[in-house]
Structures are given as C-alpha cells and as structure tokens.
Design a protein. Structure first.
Length: 211
DNA sequence: CCCTGATTCGC
DNA sequence: GCGAATCAGG
C-alpha cells in the first residue's frame, strides 16, 4: 500500500482527532503502526506544539545511536510504591463498585481505546452514571464466585490495567490494600467473567420499579 | 504483558 | 519517502 492522498487525509484527520498510531493503522489497513508513526513524523505533525523556539534547545541532540542489543536487556529498576496519600474520608470501597468503574474506564480509553471511528464521547466530569440499579439481588452463586475469584485475582495496579485486564476494584482505595482483579476480561467487557456477572445485572431489579 | 510514540537507518 | 527494528516509557 502506498500513501495516497486519500490515505494521508485519513491519517491526518485521525491523528488530529487523537487516535493512536495503531488505531490509524488498523483503519487504513495494509500498514503497521510504525508506518503510520513514520509518516506522521515525515508530515511534520508529530507533536503539535505551538512552540516556535529556534533558540531553545529542547533536544540535547544526543540521539544515542544504540548499536543494537537484541539480547541484553538491563532492567531499569524496580520502582518502590511509596505514595503518601491522604486518603479520602468517604471511601466508596469495593462494594460500591459502580462508583469506581466509570473512572477506571475513563482513565484507560484516552489512549488505548479501540474505537477507531469518531466515537469520542464527551465524558464530562461528574457523569450521571445511569447504570446503577443498586447492588441488590445478585445471584448468590455469582457472589460466591466473585469471592473465589478475588482470592486468585492477579492484584494488579492501575498502571497495569489494559483493555484485557479485569478492572474490578478490590479492597479499600484509601489503603495499601487496594488493587484490581486483573484477570483476563470477558470478550470486550471490562471485567472478568465472575465480575461481569455481578457488574451487569440481567435486568430484573428494573421491573420492580414500575413506572 | 499490554500499549504508546520516537528514532534510526537500510532500502 | 518508506517502515521494520529498536528504544523508551506508562
């Protein structure tokens, strides 16, 4: 495939919309994200800063041309997690999952979203959070399942969350005993099978509320 | 492990 | 100009 005017146009549009290189590559087809990134740079729209500082030496210009090390991989360093959080006084806790889900989701999509098309959702602060039928009648089996799963959860951190890791929060966010399930998510869903079963109600509690 | 963009350099 | 390989990082 070559960079036809048409394809370049799509590239520009999507990049402008904030789509990632891989998303664009998928949309265009026939090219890899590397190709897209390369093109983006050649087109000079890599970073859209408005800075016109000819004198400023933002880049030391070392470039560090590595001779290439296919094997040797010196691990940077294990980072110690030491954050002195003040801890909010109204901790939603894992039980009120509904409250955590939206935020978690919102934190991921910006860059790693899969939606290629302009499905950009406003996502304004303090959303309505419509799906919140209250955690009432959840099948006992489902709950038991969750408890079982949480024992074998991978316990990953926020940074380790991906589109494929269960984003179900476990523990108290105000303490160190907080992590995310991390198991493999169920096709598309944000949670693993067990958590999906408690997160998404079949829609029974709805009927009680006649209107 | 997943993904992101940045850069290099042979083609 | 192109983009795979690689780097650096979340």
């Amino acid at each position: 495939m070559s960079w036809t005017d048409d394809r370049v146009e799509t590239l520009k549009r999507m990049w402008g919309d904030g789509a990632s290189a891989s998303q664009i590559a998928k949309e265009l087809g026939g090219v890899t994200r590397n190709a897209v990134i390369g093109k983006v740079h050649r087109l000079g729209l890599s970073n859209r800063n408005t800075d016109d500082k000819p004198a400023a030496e933002a880049k030391p210009a070392p470039a560090a041309p590595k001779p290439a090390k296919p094997k040797a991989r010196p691990e940077p360093k294990a980072k110690a997690a030491d954050e002195d959080e003040k801890a909010a006084e109204d901790p939603p806790v894992a039980e009120e999952v509904d409250d955590d889900e939206p935020r978690t989701m919102a934190a991921v999509p910006p860059r790693t979203g899969n939606n290629i098309t302009a499905l950009r959702k406003p996502l304004m602060a303090g959303q309505p959070l419509p799906p919140q039928p209250s955690a009432n009648e959840i099948s006992p089996e489902a709950l038991a399942k969750v408890n079982a799963v949480e024992k074998t959860a991978k316990k990953i951190s926020l940074m380790e969350l991906t589109e494929r890791t269960c984003k179900w929060p476990i523990g108290d966010p105000a303490t160190e005993k907080f992590w995310f399930c991390g198991l493999t998510v169920q096709a598309g869903k944000p949670y693993c099978e067990a958590h999906v079963s408690v997160a998404f109600q079949p829609m029974s509690s709805r009927r009680d509320r006649k209107r």
